[in-house]
Design a protein around this ligand. Structure first.
Ligand SMILES: [Zn+2]
Ligand SMILES: [Zn+2]
Length: 239
């Protein structure tokens, strides 16, 4: 397992892929010779951390060409507006989540949350932003294939590189607290659909799972995801 702590607030997970430290949810940076691509942006007020991480890589904010969101939740979209302003990057979102990112539609309220959590959540002011590129199943960005996994949100995606052996999973499946988990139930309006969507992942081969929360799962990630999903499907069949 390769996780190299480097100077500044970033960690190299595998060659060419870094994670910004100290930001929740996870923010990943893909490094290319002529540009950078961000996967998700974390909760609001973290743009400075992300930019100082870019600086620590010896790169400039204007090197960020693409900001790809795995979905429209505020812990992933929080710094999009600030980053777009300071970098000129384009924003790429699945077409089904674009109305929520742009603020044209509202997401359903989370289920069964206590008052304190509701209050904490509403304190995060979302700055709505119009996406520049609408993504669909099968699209490719920087060698990453878009896999549409609706359920957690209508336009949740994972990004898959067979060549690099990486799956950026967003919240569709998470390696959190040392175990694989599906999406968080209170924030997943259609849990059945979210679980059915995971069938798309079972045929893929990758060594490294990078999810929206928690820590990297490697090596052998795809086999562990397969075993987890099969158990999930079976318990659904028996229910
Ligand atoms: Zn989410
Ligand atoms: Zn999340």
């Amino acid at each position: 397992m390769e996780r190299v702590k480097e100077g500044g607030n970033h960690m190299r997970l595998v060659p060419g892929v870094h994670q910004v430290e100290g930001v929740e949810a996870n923010v990943y940076i893909l490094e290319f010779p002529d540009h950078l691509t961000l996967v998700d942006t974390g909760l609001p007020s973290n743009a400075g951390r992300i930019l100082s991480c870019i600086d620590g890589l010896g790169r400039k904010p204007s090197d960020i060409r693409n900001i790809v969101l795995t979905h429209c939740h505020v812990d992933h979209t929080g710094n999009v507006r600030a980053l777009k302003r300071s970098t000129g990057a384009r924003l790429l979102v699945h077409e089904k989540d674009a109305p929520f990112v742009a603020g044209r539609e509202e997401l359903p309220l989370p289920k069964g949350l206590d008052e304190a959590t509701q209050k904490a959540m509403s304190s995060f002011q979302t700055e709505y932003t119009e996406p520049d590129v609408l993504l669909r199943e099968g699209d490719a960005i920087d060698g990453l294939e878009v896999i549409h996994l609706p359920g957690h949100t209508p336009g949740s995606i994972s990004l898959y590189s067979e060549e690099r052996g990486i799956l950026f999973a967003g919240d569709a499946i998470r390696f959190l607290d040392g175990r694989l988990q599906g999406p968080p139930e209170p924030f997943t309006p259609d849990m059945d659909l979210a679980i059915r969507s995971l069938r798309k992942l079972t045929g893929l081969e990758y060594d490294v799972l990078l999810s929206g929360h928690g820590t990297p799962l490697m090596p052998g990630a795809s086999e562990r995801v397969r075993v987890f999903c099969q158990a999930l499907f079976q318990s659904g069949d028996n229910a």
